[in-house]
Design a binder for this molecule. Structure first.
Ligand code: G6P
Length: 603
């Protein structure tokens, strides 16, 4: 999804903007651009495709000394990925970059065309810069013109604007899309997430919705949506982005799969007692009066939520329902105050999920977010938060974020079980010791990786994949299918094993690949019957189990384990590595698959 950077200062502005954009690459984009204003002259560069193309175009551009500039990576929403549609968008003497969607852009565009403005792009963003210049002509004051512009914009946005009539100032506004300002003496940075700024600034202002203002090298002017001055609250920024490098792996996704063992240890750290789970960040009163949990999320996070619903009902004996955020928003949902509303999000910025959280808060529900990014919009919005501690996840296809979400959910179901007295101390102690072993279940063994690499060549074609499983292995099957389609572009579906005979089995033939999740500690015989039904109809079966299964064409053996959750985590790794190797053989961009964005900040 789109990314924004901005800079005011005397350092190498071109490098700062381009390197900042590179830090946002993993979010997904299809064009990029920068605009630099120095000595009253604008320099503007845009390119379609990878940042490399933009770098090539700026080869002969070497600004020295004080300058201001803005940059953008665009993930096309309105209009194709072309140079004209790439940001920054130009007026006659101003440039703008924007994340989000301006919902009333068509009305605004129509009236600006009547005023005589000429539009060159198909984007919604371009209205912002023309509207600003229209207001500037009438009001003759850039601050007033910027505010008058914001007053007319509807939708979600984060905006940076530079204009020749105030050549040392960047105007900014945040309304629904993330934005922060990094401060380092007389150098100022803007970005849509903190990674471009880490290492450059020590502290940052995380803007709240409705906040706007302008700043130059020596002063910051921050206002709320009524344009009343706001006292800036700074927060310390992380100092190292070492964890976001590839460390010798071919892809970020591969590195992230391998580091699951470490990040899961981090997720568990300080949270495991003898026979209880400690979440220092939770006020135990959060669950007072709660009779139901509603989980809401998108994508991979939705899959972890689905798996969690089995754990909450099984261990905490509490009613639990799961919703896809984009569906929940418009279904006119009934929300009861005895429901704890839980959102799950790697980024904490997904627009649909964030909106459901706001809806729940408006309805007076207590809320909790399970999130990987501290200070993200959801963490700031929810009553309580649990951080998953997976570290920066760069691969668009989520792996370690899912793994850590599952660990948090398992712990949370036990935390609640203790409060609600639905498990005995002996049972709780048993679970705690099982949790301690999770890091070892996700270690990627060389032989396993090599086997999956060899096997992958047999799964590059066919008319589709079914990933099947029961209970928590059904959401894991959904997640396995999602991983495969995200990075291989092959058609894959996840299904509950028991549902296959209600329709999907009609597709069974040798060109239909079934990836069967067959844990020995949970409903093995039931799952086995379902897989046999497919095998009898000549579907090509790849079984994943600790127990040999002779009706499979391919068999991936996992370790004998004593608990199904350990089988869950080991199979999760198998599915991740299998997708990765299929994608590699197909020559796809593993870390930045086509059409996808890491963080979806539009609905
Ligand atoms: C995008 C990403 C997915 C992710 C989903 C939800 O679609 O490509 O990997 O699962 O958003 O993101 P979140 O940050 O809310 O977990």
């Amino acid at each position: 999804m789109c990314g924004i950077v901005g800079y005011i200062g005397k350092n190498k502005i071109k490098d700062i903007l381009l390197e900042g954009l590179a830090e946002l690459e993993y979010r997904g984009y299809d064009s990029a651009g920068i605009a630099v204003l120095q000595d009253e002259n604008f320099s503007i560069y845009k390119a379609v495709g990878k940042l490399e193309n933009l770098r090539n175009k700026t080869q002969d551009f070497h600004p020295e000394g004080f300058a201001i500039g803005i940059g953008h990576t665009r993930w096309a929403t309105h209009g194709k990925p072309t140079e004209l549609n790439a940001h920054p968008h130009i007026g006659s003497n101003s440039y703008v970059v924007h994340n989000g969607i301006i919902e009333n852009y068509q009305e605004l565009k129509a009236s600006l065309i009547k005023e005589g403005f000429n539009f060159v792009s198909q984007t919604d963003t371009e209205v912002i810069v023309h509207l600003f210049e229209s207001k500037l002509t009438k009001l003759n004051d850039p601050v007033k013109a910027f505010r008058a512009t914001l007053d007319e914009l509807q939708g979600a946005y984060a905006v940076l604007l530079i204009t020749a009539c105030s050549p040392e100032t960047i105007f900014f506004a945040k309304h629904g899309s993330p934005m922060l300002i990094g401060l380092n003496g007389d150098e100022k940075y803007f970005a849509s997430s903190d990674t471009p700024i880490i290492g450059l600034a020590k502290e940052a202002i995380y803007l709240e919705d409705g906040e706007n203002g302008y700043l130059d090298a020596t002063s910051t002017h921050l206002f709320n949506e009524k344009y009343e001055p706001v006292k800036e609250q700074t927060k310390a920024l992380a100092t190292s982005k070492l964890s976001a490098q590839k460390d010798g792996y071919r892809f970020f996704m591969e590195k992230e799969i391998y580091e699951q063992t470490h990040v899961i240890s981090d997720t568990l750290m300080g949270r495991l007692g003898e026979a209880e789970i400690n979440f220092e960040e939770l006020d135990p009163e959060l669950f007072l009066g709660i009779n139901e949990i509603k989980l809401c999320a998108c994508g991979t996070s939705y899959h972890s939520a689905l798996a969690a619903s089995y754990l909450f009902e099984r261990y905490s004996k509490i009613r639990c329902s799961v919703e896809i955020a984009s569906e929940f928003r418009y279904k006119e949902p009934l929300m009861c105050k005895d429901t704890l509303f839980v959102v799950i999000s790697q980024s904490g910025e997904t627009a649909d999920t964030l909106e459901t959280l706001k809806m729940a808060k408006r309805a007076g529900l207590k809320s909790l977010v399970i999130c990987n990014v501290d200070n993200s919009s959801m963490v700031r919005e929810a009553d309580a938060s649990i951080l998953t501690r997976a570290g920066i996840e760069k691969g668009v296809a989520s792996t370690k974020a899912f793994a850590t979400q599952m660990v948090v959910f398992w712990m949370l179901s036990l935390y609640l079980a203790k409060q609600r007295k639905t498990l005995t101390s002996i049972e709780l102690a048993k679970h705690v010791s099982l949790l301690r072993e999770v890091p070892s279940t996700v270690v990627v063994k060389d032989e396993l990786h090599e086997k999956l690499r060899r096997l992958s060549k047999r799964y590059l074609h066919g008319h589709g994949f079914f990933f099947i499983g029961r209970d928590v292995f059904f959401p894991l099957a959904l997640e396995g299918a999602l991983k495969l389609k995200e990075i291989s572009y092959l058609h894959a579906e996840g299904y509950p094993s028991g549902e296959m005979k209600h329709g999907p089995i009609a597709l069974a033939d040798p060109e239909l690949f079934t990836i069967a999740l067959m844990p020995t500690n949970l409903l093995y015989e039931k799952t086995k019957s379902n897989v046999e039904e497919l095998s009898a109809r000549d579907s090509t079966i790849c079984a994943i189990s600790a127990r040999e299964f002779d009706k499979a064409d391919d068999f991936i053996k996992i370790e004998e384990r004593s608990h199904y959750m350990h089988e869950f985590f080991e199979m999760m790794v198998v599915l991740q590595v299998l997708s990765l190797e299929i994608s590699v053989r197909l020559g796809n961009d593993v870390d930045m698959p086509r059409n996808l964005a890491k963080s979806v900040t539009v609905e």
